[in-house]
Write a protein that binds this ligand. Structure first.
Ligand code: HEC
Ligand code: HEC
Length: 352
C-alpha cells in the first residue's frame, strides 16, 4: 500500500516537493488540537467560526464529519478579513485562515484535520488523533497513523500522511479548500447528493458569505444564477457531483495527471451537460484498465456498468485498482449502486 501511495504521489510530482515543504511547515502546527483555536473553552467550538457542510462530501469509510472555517481579523479589529472571490473556481483566502474537519466513527471522535494558511503560498497541514477519554487530540506524525479506528471487522481507518493530504489538496500556492468553494456552498443544493448532509440552522453558505461581505469580487449574479452541475437528469447531476468531490482532486483539467486526460472537475465555465468534463473525458473513451474477465474497457461505457473502468475501480479496494487510491479502506457501496444504475440507464450510441 505504501508503495502505491508513493507511486500516486510520484505520478503527481509530489514526492520531493512534499517532503521538502512538510519539513518546513510542521514545526508550526501546535501539539494539541485544543491549542489550534478551534475551541472557545474545552469541548465548545468557538461560535465565531463558520460551520458548513459541502453539498458533495468526500467518502471516508462512512465517517460522520463536522467542518468549521475561521477567517482572521480584518483591517479593523471589529472586522473580519474577506475571501477574494474574483476567480469563482479558485477563491483566495486571507493569510490566517484555518479550516478544521472532525471525523467520527460509531459516535466517537477519531481525528480532526487542520488546514492553516500561514503565508501567501504556505499552508500547514495537520491531523490530530483523539484520545480515549475524548478530551483532546494529539498531532499525528507526518507519516500518518494506521488503524486509528476499526471501520469494519478487520479493516482500519488510517489517518493520511501529509504527502497524501497534499496529493488531494495541492501544494503551496495551489493549495485548495475542497469543501469550502462556490459549488460546494451553492444555495442550489443537490437534493440527490450522495451522503448529502443535512443543512443545519446556523451553517454558512454562499448567501451568508455574500450578505456578510465576506466574499469580494464575485460576479453580481452569483446568487440568482448559482453554481450547479450542468445535467438534465437528477441521477446524472448527482453522479457528476459525486465524481467532482471524490475524484477531481487528482483528475482535473487544470493540473492533469501526465498522459491521462481524465477530468472530473466542474468549473464555472461549464454551461452545458456535454461540456461537463466528467462526461467529456470518459464517455466512450478507451481505458487502460482491464476489468476481470474482459479484454477491454471504456472509462464510461453507456449501458454497460461492467465494462466501465471508472465504476470497476470505484468498486475495488485492491491496491492496484482501487479509486481513489488513498483516503478510504471500504468501498462506497451506496455510490457504486447509484453509479451502476446511472450507467446502465445511459443510452448506448451506435459507436459503442
Ligand atoms: C482523497 C483525497 C483527500 C485526502 C487524502 C485528504 N483530503 Fe482533506 N478533503 C478532501 C475533500 C474532497 C474535502 C472536501 C469534502 C469534504 O469535506 O467532505 C476535504 C476537506 C478537508 C478539510 C475541510 C476544509 C475543506 O477543504 O473543505 C480539511 C481541514 C482537510 N480536508 C484537511 C486534510 C488534511 C490535513 C489531510 C491529510 C491528513 C487531508 N485533508 C487529506 C480530500 C482529501
Ligand atoms: C489521490 C489521487 C486520485 C484520486 C482522488 C482518484 N484517482 Fe483515479 N487515478 C489516479 C492515478 C495516479 C491514476 C493513474 C494510475 C492508475 O491507473 O492506477 C488514476 C487512474 C484512474 C483511471 C484510469 C484511466 C484510464 O484511462 O485507464 C480511472 C478510470 C480513474 N482513475 C478513476 C477515478 C475515479 C472514478 C475516482 C473517484 C472515485 C478517482 N479516480 C480518484 C489518482 C487518483
Amino acid at each position: 500500500m505504501r508503495a502505491l501511495l508513493a507511486a500516486a504521489a510520484a505520478a503527481l510530482g509530489l514526492t520531493s516537493l512534499a517532503a521538502h515543504a512538510v519539513h518546513a511547515a510542521t514545526p508550526g502546527a501546535p501539539r494539541l488540537l485544543s491549542q489550534t483555536g478551534l475551541y472557545a473553552s474545552p469541548g465548545r467550538v468557538d461560535a465565531r467560526h463558520l460551520a458548513y457542510a459541502p453539498q458533495y462530501p468526500l467518502w471516508t469509510d462512512g465517517a460522520a464529519k463536522s467542518r468549521w472555517l475561521h477567517l482572521p481579523a480584518g483591517a479593523t479589529a471589529a472586522s473580519i478579513a474577506s475571501i477574494d472571490g474574483r476567480d469563482e473556481d479558485a477563491w483566495v483566502f486571507p493569510v490566517g485562515t484555518k479550516a478544521w474537519k472532525e471525523f467520527r466513527f460509531q459516535g466517537r471522535k477519531v481525528e480532526t484535520r487542520l488546514l492553516w494558511k500561514t503565508g501567501p503560498s504556505s499552508w500547514i497541514f495537520a491531523s490530530y488523533a483523539w484520545n480515549e477519554a475524548q478530551t483532546d487530540a494529539v498531532l499525528v506524525p507526518e507519516s500518518g497513523a494506521a488503524e486509528a479506528a476499526e471501520v469494519a471487522p478487520g479493516r482500519g481507518h488510517s489517518i493520511p500522511s501529509r504527502t497524501d493530504c497534499r496529493t488531494c489538496h495541492g501544494e503551496g500556492r495551489q493549495t485548495e479548500l475542497l469543501g469550502f468553494n462556490a459549488l460546494q456552498l451553492s444555495p442550489d443544493r443537490d437534493p440527490g447528493a450522495l451522503h448529502g448532509e443535512p443543512w443545519r440552522p446556523g451553517m454558512t453558505g454562499l448567501g451568508d458569505l455574500v450578505a456578510r461581505g465576506l466574499l469580494r469580487g464575485a460576479r453580481r449574479d452569483l446568487l440568482t444564477r448559482p453554481p450547479r452541475i450542468q445535467a438534465e437528469q437528477p441521477t446524472t447531476r448527482s453522479a457528476l457531483g459525486y465524481l467532482a468531490a471524490n475524484c477531481a482532486s487528482c483528475h482535473r483539467g487544470d493540473r492533469p495527471l501526465p498522459g491521462l486526460d481524465l477530468d472530473f472537475r466542474h468549473t464555472s465555465r461549464i454551461a452545458r451537460e456535454a461540456d461537463e468534463p466528467g462526461l467529456r473525458t470518459t464517455l466512450g473513451r478507451p481505458s487502460l484498465f482491464q476489468p476481470p474477465g474482459l479484454s477491454s474497457s471504456l472509462r464510461l461505457a453507456p449501458g454497460q456498468p461492467d465494462r466501465s473502468a471508472l465504476l470497476q475501480r470505484m468498486a475495488s479496494r485492491r491496491p492496484a485498482s482501487q479509486m481513489p487510491p488513498l483516503g478510504s479502506a471500504l468501498v462506497d457501496e451506496a455510490a457504486v449502486t447509484h453509479l451502476r444504475q446511472w450507467i446502465a440507464a445511459l443510452p448506448m450510441t451506435p459507436s459503442h
